[in-house]
Design a protein around this ligand. Structure first.
Ligand code: TUI
Length: 309
C-alpha cells in the first residue's frame, strides 16, 4: 500500500507504532521496523544513557531501515533527548503531550522527519506552520494521555485543515480500522494497543493478559481532575482513582502522588494494586498474542481487500 507516508518514511506499510512510555523499547521497535512499519522507541521519562543504548541497539537490529524516537514533551528529559536524537542521527521523531515548536528548527536542520502527535485541529495547524513533515491526529480512543475529540471526528477535520499528510490514531487494531482511516483521508495509521499483545513487546505477562481478556467496556479514563486525562485498563486501582475523582475524595495533588511511578509498576511488575495499565478503547477486540510481522501483514491484507472491493 503506497501512500504519502510510505514515501515520506521509506517504509513498506503506512503504519507507525505508538511511542508508548515505559513500553516501546528496541525489541518492539525493531520488530515493527523489520516487518515493514516504523518502529518507535519511547523517550518517556527514561534516563538519557538508557535511551542512547536503546537507539544503538535498534540501529543495529534494523540494518539501515528507518525507525523513530518519541519525545514526551512533559518529561524532564525532553531537552536532553531532543539533542540526543540529533547526535545519534535518528531518522524520525514523533512528539506527544505538548508543543515541540522550540525543537523543530534544530531537528529539521539535522534532516530529521518530525511528526507531532496532536489532539486538535488548532495544534495540527500550528505544527504544520512550524515545519512538521506530517502529523498524527490522535483520537480520544487512544491509550494513555488523551484529548477530547474522537478519531472519526478529528481525522477528517485535520485532513481538511492541512496540506501535509495525516496519520490516524486511536481505536485502530485491524484492517477495518486502517481502511476506515484511509476513507477519512489519512495517509497512514499509528497503532499502540495492538502491539501490546505482540510476542516482541517486553511488558509483564499480566499486562498482556489484561489486554487479551479486556472487553469493549474495560477501559476507563482517569486523571481528568489533574488536567492530564489518561486511558487505562479498568482494574481495581484505576476504578478507585476514578471514583475518588468523581466524589471529590481524591485531590489532584493526592492523585499525582498515588500515580507517581504507576506506569513502571504496571509494565515491569504487572502490579495490579498500584500499576496503571494504559490501553486504548480497542483492547476489547484484541484476543491473541502474535509476532509483530503477523499483526502487520494480517492488518494490511484485510485493509487491502476492503479498499479494493
Ligand atoms: O502523549 C500522548 N500519550 C501519552 S504520553 C504518556 S506519559 C503521561 N502519563 C501521564 C500523564 C501525562 C503523560 C502517556 N500517553 N499522546 C499524544 C498526545 N499529545 N495526546 C495529547 C497530546 C497533546 C496535548 C497537548 C499534544 C499537544 C498539546 O499541546 C498543548 C500546548 O502546549 O499547546
Amino acid at each position: 500500500m503506497n501512500t504519502k507516508i510510505t514515501e515520506l518514511l521509506g517504509i513498506k506499510y503506512p503504519i507507525i507504532q505508538g511511542g508508548m512510555a515505559w513500553i516501546a523499547e528496541s525489541t518492539l521497535a525493531s520488530a515493527v521496523t523489520n516487518a515493514g512499519g516504523l518502529g518507535l522507541i519511547a523517550g518517556g521519562s527514561a534516563p538519557i544513557d538508557y535511551l542512547r543504548e536503546q537507539i544503538r541497539k535498534t540501529k543495529e537490529a534494523v540494518n539501515g531501515k528507518p525507525f523513530g524516537v518519541n519525545v514526551m514533551l512533559m518529561s524532564p528529559n525532553a531537552e536532553d533527548l531532543a539533542k540526543l536524537v540529533i547526535e545519534e542521527e535518528v531518522p524520525v521523531v514523533t512528539t506527544g503531550a505538548g508543543n515541540p515548536g522550540k525543537f523543530m528548527d534544530a531537528w529539521k536542520e539535522a534532516g530529521i522527519k518530525v511528526i507531532p502527535v496532536v489532539p486538535s485541529v488548532a495544534l495540527a495547524k500550528r505544527m504544520e506552520r512550524s515545519g512538521a513533515d506530517a502529523v498524527v491526529a490522535e483520537g480520544t480512543e487512544s491509550g494513555g494521555h488523551i484529548g477530547e475529540n474522537t478519531t472519526m471526528c478529528l481525522v477528517p477535520q485535520v485532513v481538511d485543515a492541512l496540506e501535509i499528510p495525516v496519520i490516524a490514531a486511536g481505536g485502530i487494531a485491524d484492517g477495518r480500522g486502517i481502511a476506515a482511516s484511509m476513507m477519512l483521508g489519512a495517509e497512514g495509521v499509528q497503532v499502540g494497543t495492538r502491539f501490546l499483545a505482540s510476542e516482541e513487546c517486553q511488558i509483564h505477562p499480566t499486562y498482556k493478559e489484561l489486554i487479551v481478556k479486556a472487553k469493549d467496556t474495560d477501559s476507563i479514563v482517569t486523571g481528568r481532575t489533574t488536567g492530564h486525562p489518561c486511558r487505562n485498563v479498568k482494574t481495581k486501582f484505576s476504578k478507585r482513582l476514578a471514583s475518588g475523582e468523581k466524589d471529590g475524595s481524591l485531590t489532584p495533588e493526592k492523585f499525582e502522588e498515588i500515580t507517581l511511578g504507576s506506569l513502571k509498576k504496571a509494565v515491569q511488575d504487572g502490579n495490579l494494586e498500584e500499576g496503571s495499565f494504559l490501553c486504548g478503547a480497542i483492547a476489547g477486540m484484541i484476543t491473541e498474542i502474535k509476532p509483530c510481522k503477523d499483526i502487520i501483514e494480517e492488518m494490511f491484507s484485510q485493509a487491502d481487500s476492503l479498499l479494493n472491493k
